[in-house]
Each structure stands twice: as C-alpha cells, then as structure tokens.
Design a protein around this ligand. Structure first.
Ligand code: PLP
Length: 386
C-alpha cells in the first residue's frame, strides 16, 4: 500500500500537491476566495453562456424540486425514471441532430460507461493524445487496445488505422474543442477518414455544445457532420449551466447503451430539478441565439484587446484562450500577479501539457463585461514581461 505521509510530503516538495479552496460566488462571474475578500473576475469557469444563474434554469429547477423532491430515489431502470428525463433526452437528440439520446450522472460517468460498453479486449480504440482524462479512463477500463494518435494529427491517425487494419473493429474518440488550448478538431476530414476505414466515431463536445453551431448544437452542427458522428457526447455542466451529461446517436445505439453502460445502469438517476434545469438550458440555447452571439462578441473583443496591446502569440479559435508562458515557475508567478490585479485565471502545466509549454488559460464567459475584459487584457499585457 502507498505510504500516505511520504507521498504527500514528496508532492508538497515538488509543488505538485492539489488542494481545495472554497470560493464565494458574487454573481456576474465575480468571486472571492476564502483567504481574503478581494473581488476577482473569474476566467476559469466553464459556465460559458452564464446559464447557471439564468432565471429560466432556476425557475425550472425550483418547480421540479417542489414537485418531485430533492433526490430521484433510484436508478433509471428501477423507479428513478421520470418524464423529465425523457423530455430532456428528446430535446438533446434534437439539438444534436440525432435520433435519440441518453443522460448520465456526469461527463466522467458517461465516458467511463459508454466506451467500455462499445469496445472490449478484441477491439481497438484510437484516441487523441490530448483527450480528457475521463475518455482516457474509459479506454483503459474497456480493456481494448488503446492507440493514441498525435493531437489533431489526422495523417498520424490514418497511418495508424492503415497499420492496424484487420486487427479488430475500431472506435475513434476525439473532442470537438480541446479543453486546455481551445483548439478545434478537423471533424469533416475525420468523418471522411472514419467512413473510409469503417470505424465508429465518438465526439466529446463538453466545450462545444451551446457555444458553436447555428442552434448551439456544437461543432458537429456547425461543420454539418452530425450524421457521420455515431456518438455525440457532452455535458450539461459547462455551457449548459447545470449538471449531468448525455450521449446522442441512433435509437438502436441508445437501447444498447442503456443495457450495457454500467455507469448508467448502476447509478441513481439525475434529480428532477437538475434534469429540469438542463432541459431549460437546452431550450434556451435553441431559442436564443443572442446568448451565443454575445459570447462570441466578448471572445473577439478580448482577443482584439490582446492583439492591439502587442500580443502576437496564437489565441485559438474558441472561448478557451491559451497564453503561452514556457516554464511552470513563471506561469505560477504570473497567476499570482494576475490575482493581485483582480483576475482569477489558472496555469496549465506539465505533465498536462508538454515540458516548456506551461500556459495561462483564460475562458471567456457571457458574464464578462467590457470593463472586466479590458481590465484582464491590460493586466495580462502588463505582466507578460514580469
Ligand atoms: C469536463 C469534461 C468532461 C467531464 O464532464 P463532467 O460532467 O464535468 O464530469 C468530459 N470530457 C471533457 C472533454 C470535459 O472537458
């Protein structure tokens, strides 16, 4: 067994120990940390459309809470299956342009349930090297042969697919918008490739749904490829401002998954209030494209402020904006300097990213005012040489 004290001491020495710190949310994307009461602008939230505080979600949750109580009491396959789960699944299927959908307790549970249900010991999984930990864990849990291809490198994927032809059926798993750099998967080319090789394709749209696509259906909607995506997965906990997750696909696929995905079968159904909030969010996202438009205006403004201030590095195509620093120490120092100026952003460091490419990560949300974005851009430009 692991020696706890020893392990913790070692991590502490390396500066690699994680810890929790409660925040107090002040509304409109501002927060304070427990250690002092300085007002900070939150640039680390995934609540991109600012729906977590939206009156429609709160009202829907409150109504369901008073009608159905706090917990769902059982798994979906026992007595926990409520009408609101089905309404939510229909709305999600429509949003993602698929026949049907199935909800899960969280994105982590969806990925660790779906992937092992589809792939086993005799199968192959091709997974992007920068895929989220939940995808990686799902792949490991499946027992399939895991083949990781270089991030967003479809030539590498094609080579690997060619080399492994005839060795079993294959699943390809990618994200549409990658969570660390906010870069985007070339989905049209990927769909062509998966069709050529006859693979299943799963796309995790944790950071795409609600933010991209004419109806908020994600990058698969924007790129017009939902027909070529067999499993369109995503979470309600990010742009949709609620909690839980989903996968959309064919009705046959959903029937299979509800019989095989263990994290679906052996876990309590989402509470009605949570499902109702998610449903309200999906409806809003379709009904009010202005939410998305406002977000994209803010993203463009922040990027143009950095550009006009002389920043010349890549800023990516999405609401997640990486600012490359280099070594971990300076990146952490800059996080502190930003905090002194009222900006809450996080550093992404090795081993999450390659050595020498530690970066600051800014995620823009609809909460950010013009003043917030200006303050952050000015602070960032000022500390870049510090
Ligand atoms: C956040 C995230 C998940 C996990 O979703 P939760 O609902 O938070 O468990 C899965 N995949 C990706 C790409 C994510 O960013």
């Amino acid at each position: 067994m692991v020696d706890l004290k020893n392990w913790l001491d070692q991590q502490r020495e390396k500066g690699g120990l994680r810890s929790l710190r409660p925040v107090a949310r002040r509304g409109k994307g501002h927060l304070t940390l427990a250690e002092d009461d300085r007002d900070l602008i939150d640039f680390s939230s995934n609540d991109y459309l600012a729906l977590a505080e939206h009156p429609a979600l709160i009202a829907a949750a409150r109504h369901a809470l008073s009608q159905f109580g706090a917990g769902s009491g059982a798994s979906r396959l026992m007595s926990g299956d409520l009408v609101v789960h089905h309404e939510l699944e229909e709305a999600v299927a429509q949003l993602k342009g698929k026949e049907a959908a199935l909800t899960f307790g969280s994105g982590y549970m969806a990925n660790t349930g779906i992937i092992p249900a589809l792939a086993g010991r005799h199968d192959l999984i091709f997974s992007d090297r920068l895929n989220h930990a939940s995808i990686h864990d799902g792949c490991r849990l499946s027992g399939a042969r895991l083949i990781r291809f270089r991030h967003n490198d479809l030539n590498h994927l094609e080579d690997l697919l060619t080399k492994n032809q005839g060795r079993g059926s294959a699943l390809i798993v990618v994200e549409s918008i990658y969570s660390m750099d906010g870069d985007r998967c070339p989905l049209r080319e990927l769909v062509a490739l998966k069709e050529r090789f006859g693979c299943l394709l799963m796309v995790d749209e944790a950071h795409g749904t609600g933010v991209f696509g004419p109806n908020g259906g994600g990058v698969i909607e924007e790129d017009g490829v939902s027909g070529g995506v067999d499993l369109a997965m995503g979470t309600f906990g990010k742009a949709l401002g609620s909690y839980g997750a989903y996968v959309a696909g064919s009705a046959e696929m959903m029937e299979y998954l509800l019989n095989r995905a263990r994290s679906f079968i052996f876990s309590t159904a989402l509470p009605a209030s949570v499902a109702a909030a998610s449903l309200a969010a999906v409806q809003l996202v379709r009904k009010e494209p202005s939410l998305r438009r406002e977000l994209h205006e803010k993203i463009a403004l922040f990027k143009s402020l950095l550009r006009s201030g002389g920043y010349s590095g890549a800023l990516g195509p999405s609401q997640i904006i990486p600012v490359l620093i280099g070594e971990s120490g300076p990146a952490l120092h800059k996080v502190e300097l930003l905090r002194e100026q009222g900006i809450f952003a996080t550093a992404v460091r090795p081993p999450t990213v390659p050595d020498g490419t530690a970066r600051l990560r800014f995620s823009i949300t609809r909460h950010h005012s013009m003043a917030d974005l200006t303050q952050a851009a000015e602070a960032l430009l000022e500390i870049m040489d510090a």
